[in-house]
Design a protein around this ligand. Structure first.
Ligand code: GLN
Length: 165
């Protein structure tokens, strides 16, 4: 998805990890921001992982009433793995891979914390936006993505009901 048109018929959108400054520049140069806002505004879900979480925060696209702190776990500890308890995926902890990861520094009352590491929120949800500081795509465990897929299915269902009304 590199053009605004490419966003038009997506039920859900993943803003992946990488470098938030680079992705922000790409969004700007490709003129994607209005299409991203339209996607979000129409109630279609967004999953932001790592840099994607940063881009969803209040200082970037503003899809989350929260502020992410970049490279929050320290530059020296560039990457690490941890077992996290995550709300809504059952009792078995989730192995999470962190790579120069952010954490959520500030959040409004509408932001639900699904998981934390060392007391810092690293998985959050606000309405149709789900975000993680870790990379759920780097392990074989599908449970975090399953939360997102359930959000996408529910949103599609809502849209279908509205259209039928
Ligand atoms: N540190 C990166 C940033 O600030 C995020 C790293 C990642 O996405 N793995 O954008």
């Amino acid at each position: 998805m590199r053009t605004p048109e490419g966003l038009g018929d997506l039920d859900g959108l993943v803003i992946p990890g990488g470098e938030s400054t680079t992705i922000a520049k790409g969004i700007e140069s490709a003129g994607l921001e209005p299409a991203l806002r339209a996607h979000h505004g129409s109630g279609r879900p967004i999953l932001g992982t790592c840099a994607g979480m940063i881009l969803c925060d209040a200082e970037h696209l503003g899809f989350l009433d929260a502020t992410a702190r970049r490279n929050a776990f320290g530059r020296q500890l560039q990457s690490f793995e941890a077992d996290l308890a995550i709300e809504g995926i059952g009792d078995e902890p989730l192995r999470a891979v962190f790579i120069r990861a952010p954490w959520i520094e500030r959040r409004g009352p509408g932001v639900e914390v699904l998981g934390s590491h060392e007391g810092h929120p690293v998985a959050v949800r606000e309405g149709t936006v789900l975000a993680s500081a870790f990379h759920p795509e780097l392990t074989d465990d599908p449970r975090f993505h399953a939360i997102f897929m359930a959000m996408v299915t529910a949103a599609r269902e809502r849209a279908r009901e509205e259209a039928a009304r």
